[in-house]
Design a protein around this ligand. Structure first.
Ligand code: NAD
Length: 264
């Protein structure tokens, strides 16, 4: 199977680092033109420079916008009016204790992890439906199914993304537009990589050892006994964005290393 996305325009939110960056690169390698997004001018410029050096024939555009606000989402929509592929990846987690957390922390996380994708889908999907082709992917998490007790708010946003993704797939059924969610497990992204690196330094152990300890205590059901790479997650996303995935919509596609102990 050769995935060919030449002529397709993709937006990957939160793509200056981590999983989003790997998805942007994967889509670009398949021939799509890609919009890179992040909050900081410098980080977007660096990502663009690196990606253009890596793939000089690909058309990359950078958009600096904080998608945790309606204004940021509007800025993205104003700068990039249409897209064939939308990957709602921007998201974060703050493992604060449930009993210490304020309302505002829940609402702020909801704004970024859920509403950024809702707003982008609302803007870009009608054009996809009109043109009869589109791919929308929400980057959810295994935490949307197996809610982690140390970040219930995060789990809630990731479950909400599954609901939105499935609902949108229903809404545009038969249009040529597919909507799916991808559920990564613990992945060596920037945020989790940095966390594991500092844990390793504090404890005088290697990063791999810190990751294994994390899995043993926090995700003991892993079947691969290691973190996934951002590329492994990106591979699934690129497939979900391909022509070849046309029979897959409304699905929750797992790249969780088997963490979720369920068959479907
Ligand atoms: P990361 O922190 O490594 O990268 C996040 C990217 O999003 C960065 O480019 C950052 O600049 C950007 N970003 C953050 N806030 C933004 C905002 N307000 N507006 C625009 N861009 C913003 O994170 P990651 O681990 O790669 O996570 C990416 C997605 O994958 C998230 O939705 C996360 O919930 C999900 N996920 C991650 C893991 C994991 O183990 N790393 C597991 C499951 C799901």
């Amino acid at each position: 199977m050769k995935i060919e996305l030449k002529g397709r325009k993709a937006i990957v939110t939160g793509s200056t680092a981590g999983i989003g960056r790997a998805i942007a690169e994967g889509l670009a390698r398949a021939g799509a033109s890609v919009v890179i997004n992040g909050r900081g001018e410098e980080r977007v410029a660096t990502a663009l420079r690196e990606l253009r050096a890596l793939l000089p024939d690909v058309d990359f555009v950078g958009v600096v916008a904080d998608l945790s606000t309606p204004e940021g989402s509007a800025a993205l929509a104003a700068q990039v009016n249409e897209a064939d592929i939308l990957v709602n990846n921007a998201g974060t987690a703050h493992p604060n204790g449930f009993f210490e957390q304020e309302d505002s922390e829940w609402l702020d996380l909801f704004q970024l992890n859920v509403m950024s994708g809702v707003r982008a889908a609302r803007h870009y999907m009608p054009g996809m439906v009109k043109r009869g082709w589109g791919r929308v992917v929400f980057i959810s998490s295994e935490s949307g199914v197996a809610i982690p007790k140390e970040m219930i708010d995060y789990g809630m946003t990731k479950t909400a993304q599954l609901a939105v993704s499935r609902g949108l797939a229903e809404l545009v059924g038969g249009s040529g537009v597919t909507v799916n969610a991808v559920l990564p497990g613990p992945t060596r992204s920037e945020i989790l990589g940095n966390w594991m690196r500092s844990t390793a330094e504090e404890q005088g152990i290697s990063q791999e050892e810190a990751e294994r300890n994390f899995l043993k205590t926090m995700r003991p059901t892993t079947l691969i006994n290691r973190f996934t790479t951002t590329e492994e997650v990106a591979n699934m996303v690129v497939y979900a964005c391909s022509e070849q995935s046309s029979g897959t919509t409304g699905a929750a596609l797992r790249v969780d290393g088997g963490v979720i102990r369920a068959i479907p």
